[in-house]
Design a protein around this ligand. Structure first.
Ligand code: BG6
Ligand code: MG
Length: 218
């Protein structure tokens, strides 16, 4: 008997190599505002929704301290970042899937488990189409439909609800510290993709999705 009935996947940095594309777009915007982001800042932004990411960047600020912007100005800045991101992912094709991503989705399905997406990104649905994996995903949780973003458990709970599986029968797969917190606080088992010294709350950590085999969880 498999220990799980569903696998809930994050997208950016788990199935698609888009985490660094998000960060490159933020860095470009930040530079335009006179804010320098160290490479280490990327970890803080992973899994974090668009407006909160902008707030973290403005709060770090530049040489003169935090950068203040009105609500309307922040909305314009967030839209600008999204424009940079969308232009950068416009040409994504199935070749841009992370190695092993399609195999994992196919094996999870073949084992009789549901697949559900728990991505904070509003760009996830079109990206799934571009990557050619939408038919392998049973449900997509809409980040606009939940109360609180990651690290709150809401989005993973919604992804589980959509496939009708209770949290304790769900395995969540995430590359972000915020995402692992979301999975654990939802009462699920967490597989981290990345560095175990960073993803300290994960139950298991593998370096990449290519190292994930659902048969290890039977
Ligand atoms: C997450 C990314 O998947 O989605 C974050 O890890 C990003 O970097 C967030 O900010 C929201 O994405 P979007 O496309 O709605 O701005
Ligand atoms: Mg991610």
């Amino acid at each position: 008997m498999p220990r799980f009935d569903a696998v809930l996947f994050d997208l950016d940095g788990v199935l698609a190599d888009t985490a660094h594309i998000h960060f490159a777009a933020w860095r470009r915007l930040a530079e335009e505002l006179g804010i320098h982001l160290e490479p280490t800042f990327e970890e803080k932004l992973k899994g974090v929704d668009r407006m909160t990411s902008l707030d973290l960047i403005l709060a770090q600020g530049g040489p003169d301290g935090p950068v203040q912007r009105t609500v309307e100005e922040r909305r314009v800045l967030a839209d600008r970042k999204n424009g940079y991101y969308q232009a950068a992912i416009a040409e994504q094709t199935p070749d841009d899937l992370l190695p092993g991503a399609r195999r994992v989705l196919e094996e999870v399905r073949a084992a009789g488990l549901k697949t559900s997406l728990a991505s904070a990104s509003h760009n996830a649905p079109p990206l799934l189409d571009q990557l050619g994996i939408r038919p392998l995903i049973d449900a997509i949780a809409n980040p606009a439909a939940v109360k609180a973003p990651k690290p709150a458990p809401d989005l993973f709970l919604e992804a589980a609800r959509l496939v009708g599986v209770p949290p304790e029968r769900c395995l969540g797969v995430e590359d972000a510290v915020a995402g692992i917190a979301s999975i654990k606080d939802a009462g699920m088992v967490a597989v981290g993709i990345g560095d175990p010294t960073v993803l300290t709350r994960a139950d298991y950590v593998v370096p990449a999705i290519a190292n994930f085999y659902i048969s290890d969880f039977f």
